[in-house]
Ligand binder design. Structure first.
Ligand code: NI
Length: 239
């Protein structure tokens, strides 16, 4: 099926998967929506090159979550207004705990992560056939936001205004609205590229000399050391 890529990929998914969950997202890093060899058909393998054409757009797009058994998901989400909230260790710790908690609740493997000052990348692999990436993300983000705002109220009330939304029922946000960026990955080579990409983030941004130098990353655990949030590599296709 040939489709143009100027946003029409959303319609393509609408046609193919009308019942799938969809939501509005903000894509950080001007990233693209890409499907990587997605079941149930191999349609997306061919569609991939066309989909990459929506790379470098900075428009709001809809994120089509494809919760397919066995797929890994590369998730990216940003702090509210892209504020460098995660440059403060306390919030990284809160986020780490939130990921641990979500892992207990939703049964997924955490294969790689990096907490950048203003955004987060996670590579996760749900263990169950039936799962919801939206629920997993919601658990992680809500728990972090609740604790971070509580912390701010008690310890730095003057800092709260940075997170103020002006909305009555949701007065403070820790995370940018929307689901972030979600890419399904099944091919082993793509998984390895994703892990390396995630670990290279602080180096690319000039924040670290090597991936292992960045505290809030799984790079050290991948090279045999320990990191602040434990990763589960027993189900990773190669080691
Ligand atoms: Ni990044």
């Amino acid at each position: 099926m040939q489709q143009k890529c100027d946003g029409s990929i959303v319609q393509l998914f609408d046609i193919l998967f009308p019942a799938l969950e969809k939501e509005t997202i903000w894509c950080p890093d001007n990233s693209e929506i890409v499907q990587d060899g997605v079941a149930p058909s191999n349609l997306f393998e061919g569609a991939k090159s066309r989909m990459t054409k929506i790379r470098n757009t900075t428009h709001r797009k809809r994120c089509i979550r494809l919760d397919f058994p066995g797929h890994a998901h590369e998730l990216t989400f940003s702090c509210y207004k892209s504020l460098p909230l995660l440059s403060q260790e306390v919030y990284c710790k809160i986020l780490g705990v939130a990921i641990e908690m979500a892992r207990g609740k939703h049964r997924f493997d955490l294969w790689a992560y990096v907490f950048m000052p203003e955004h987060v990348h996670l590579l996760i692999h749900p263990r169950d056939e039936i799962y919801s990436i939206s629920h997993i993300l919601q658990t992680i983000k809500q728990s972090t936001a609740r604790k971070a705002i509580y912390y701010l109220r008690r310890n730095d009330p003057s800092g709260l205004h940075l997170l103020a939304t002006g909305q009555k029922y949701s007065p403070y946000h820790f995370w940018q609205d929307g689901g972030g960026y979600d890419r399904n990955i099944i091919a082993t080579e793509t998984l390895i590229l994703a892990v390396n990409y995630i670990h290279a983030n602080p180096v690319r941004k000039g924040l670290a000399k090597s991936p292992d130098d960045w505290m809030w990353s799984s790079a050290r655990e991948w090279s045999g050391g320990v990191g602040p949030v434990h990763i589960d590599l027993q189900n990773f296709p190669i080691k």
